[in-house]
Design a protein around this ligand. Structure first.
Ligand code: C5P
Length: 211
């Protein structure tokens, strides 16, 4: 089954909670990042906990091992189930995230390649492949790969094998959900759902990938 993950990049706590609740029957997890946590506070995690869905902290953690440890400790103490980390910081920094996550029964997904046009500047030319390899070697639970470049997902799949691939970039960023759904374990969708006139109806429509 391909999961549908709601990227809740809203800045209003009540609106975010309400949209997540209305979409909950059609989604498999909620991804929360800086826009929502910095605007609404960490209390949003408690608001969302009642949905009974995994909560993914998209903080793209990218620091030295000690700071990564402090960040990941705080993430899992707040009630998140998984964290997204950058891999370019190197194996010791990624391993620290994985250690903390696995100690807490959580998961780490490493950004192998980003989905926006400018990402090709640094991620292409072998870097994304090296980061994906690092994610495997560091025993991360999976990687993040761009829905905007399905060919790249195929290449990264060769490296990570059966590890999880979550993929953002469909809809507003241009990726086609039906093309990508067959290549990955979960598709991450933000604006196409939460900016829709009826977010729940849009989530229901996109939930066709959960087969
Ligand atoms: O609104 P949209 O569906 O484009 O949201 C995509 C989400 O996934 C955003 O939260 C964005 O920060 C995140 N993301 C991404 N590309 C990556 C990693 C994360 O678009 N490679």
């Amino acid at each position: 089954m391909t999961e549908l993950i709601l990227s809740l990049d809203l800045c209003d706590r009540r609106q975010a909670a309400s949209i997540a609740e209305s979409c909950a029957p059609y989604i498999d997890a909620v991804k929360v990042g800086y826009p929502l946590v910095l605007s609404a506070g960490l209390g949003i995690v408690q608001d969302l906990a009642g949905l009974g869905l995994p909560l993914i902290a998209d903080f793209k953690v990218a620091d030295i091992p000690n700071t990564n440890r402090l960040i990941c400790d705080a993430v899992f103490s707040a009630g998140f189930d998984a964290v997204i980390a950058h891999g370019f910081v190197g194996p010791d920094a990624v391993r620290t995230c994985v250690e903390v996550a696995h100690d807490r029964g959580g998961a780490v997904y490493v950004v192998a390649e980003m989905s926006h046009p400018g990402a090709v500047e640094f991620f292409h030319g072998g870097v994304a492949e090296r980061i994906a390899t690092l994610a495997v070697n560091c025993r991360a639970d999976g990687i993040i790969a761009p829905a905007t470049r399905p060919d790249r997902i195929g290449r990264l799949r060769e490296i990570v094998g059966r590890r999880t691939i979550y993929s953002p970039g469909v809809g507003t960023q241009g990726g086609d959900i039906d093309t990508v759904a067959g290549l990955v374990d979960g598709v991450i969708v933000g604006r196409s759902i939460y900016e829709a006139e009826d977010p729940a109806a849009e989530a229901k429509l996109l939930s066709r990938i959960r087969r």
